[in-house]
Design a binder for this molecule. Structure first.
Ligand code: UDX
Length: 441
């Protein structure tokens, strides 16, 4: 059993802290946000993530997980300190590292012996080395000669299934030049040995680049299939058959080949921008990634065209139901969600919008502040479709996969069914007197 500190109680930090304590470690999770901590101390998580609350409750009760606002206390008590703070995009696409440097300074101020600092935050290549220099400098100022190592250990968690992903990793990347740190961090993940999880031991720079390369590759797959879907509509092909046909080639594989209204979330958009920026700093070009960003922006706008081509550019006196607001199902996260582009544009065209999302309404209200006169937040899908001219599935929540289509149609005024996640088959929907519009078919 090891004593571990996790700095940051956001999506990544909380999942990490909860899962490490579940693996048997003693974990102190630190955050500076007092309101967040107050809630966490009462086992209340400030966002929706499957299984997370239960795991936190269980491990707090077993005294393996505690929350604190005091980095000093957590650092002194722990040999391993994970950094899991936010690294948002700045306006120019570069990565804001302020929170990482704040954390590293706090750590260096409190070090009282050998520490392994493990970075989980997504940071530009070379940051690990810079963090080492920052700690060295601060220790020198303090007149201390403590040894320490910095390890880059990127996370690959998907929101909505983050606990499952942590417990069932495809691989674990450990980036460090220190044999001592490598052994200790490898041992943290001993619990995965029976699952035969591959370990990638490398240096800090490669580990940092693995994270970006992985996320940008997945985003590229989505942008590619979206563009092929658009072509399918023109040539009379069906994207589901095309995706199935290419996905069966194990060199390609079928994951991340679902066309839709463009990818969103806290990672793909930000990491694409960051990789372009990192390459530029080193005088290189990752022009494919640059194109992925542009393609994804176009895809969101293309969804508006899809709607206005059928319903007309003037949507005054038209009511539209939107089912799903979050950037993907099983999360309350709205960051970079296509709904943030599509809904205001429909309102600009004059439409009145009735929305329902199983978990995202509270978050959505913050983003659509000022648009209250054109948006009605509804308690379920039937209230949302009441009297509307069209319904749009924007996020493929499980409950939208089994809609009572006949009842839905009865509640609606018009017949348009925009299935922007290709949840349904055309025949199934048109049988219920709808006009079906999917993506790429
Ligand atoms: C992603 C990475 O998957 C994860 O490894 C990393 O740690 C963080 O970023 P996340 O953003 O939680 O995870 O969601 P993900 O499930 O990957 O989906 C991202 C976006 O792509 C969503 O908007 C989703 O709707 C979209 N998507 C995904 C598609 O449009 N089509 C697909 O086939 C897959």
């Amino acid at each position: 059993m090891k004593n571990i500190a996790v700095i940051g109680a956001g999506y990544v930090g909380l999942v990490l802290a909860a899962c490490l304590s579940e693996l048997g470690e003693n974990v102190i999770c630190v955050d500076k946000d007092k309101r967040k901590l107050e809630k966490l101390k009462k086992c209340k998580v400030h966002f929706y993530e499957q299984e997370l609350s239960e795991l936190i409750k269980k491990n707090m009760k077993d005294k393996k997980l505690e929350f604190s606002e005091c980095t000093d206390y957590a650092v002194r008590k722990s040999e391993i300190i994970y950094i899991a703070v936010g690294t948002p995009s700045k306006d120019d696409g570069s990565v804001e590292l302020k929170f990482v440097y704040d954390a590293i300074t706090d750590i260096a101020n409190s070090m009282n012996g050998y520490k392994i600092i493990v970075n989980k935050s997504t940071v530009p290549v070379g940051t690990g080395t810079k963090l080492k220099e920052t700690i060295k400098k601060r220790l020198k100022e303090r007149g201390k000669k403590y040894e320490f190592d910095v390890v880059s250990n990127p996370e690959f968690l998907r929101e909505g299934s983050a606990v499952y992903d942590f417990m069932n990793p495809d691989r674990i990347v450990i980036g460090t030049n220190s044999e001592r740190a490598r052994k200790v961090i490898r041992a943290v993940y001993n619990a995965f040995d029976n699952k035969k999880v591959p370990f990638i031991f490398t240096n800090n720079e490669s580990a940092e680049l693995i994270k970006y390369t992985s996320n940008c590759f997945l985003a590229m797959k989505i942008a590619y299939i979206n563009e092929i879907a658009n072509l399918c509509e023109k040539v009379g092909a069906n994207i589901q058959h095309v995706a199935n046909g290419i996905g069966k080639d194990h060199r390609i594989n079928s994951k991340y080949l679902q066309p839709g209204p463009g990818f969103g979330g806290s990672c793909f958009p930000k990491d694409n921008l960051a990789l372009v920026r990192i390459a530029k700093e080193y005088g290189e070009e990752v022009s494919i990634v640059d194109q992925v960003i542009k393609s994804n922006e176009k895809q969101k706008l293309r969804m508006i065209l899809k709607i206005t081509n059928i319903m007309g550019k003037n949507l005054v006196d038209k009511k539209i139901a939107i089912l799903g607001l979050t950037f993907k199902p099983n999360t309350s996260d709205m960051r970079e969600s296509s709904s943030l582009v599509i809904i205001p544009k429909l309102i600009d065209c004059g439409a009145y919008i009735q929305v329902f999302d199983p978990e995202g309404i509270d978050e959505a209200k913050k983003y659509f502040n000022g648009l209250e006169h054109s948006i009605k937040y509804c308690g379920d899908e039937f209230e949302a479709v009441s009297g509307v001219d069209a319904v749009i599935i924007l996020t493929e929540w499980e409950k939208f996969r089994n809609l009572d289509l006949e009842l839905l149609r009865k509640n609606m005024k018009g017949q348009y069914f925009f299935d922007l996640r290709n949840v349904y088959e055309r025949d199934q929907v048109e049988k219920c007197d709808f006009s079906y519009i999917g993506v790429g078919k």
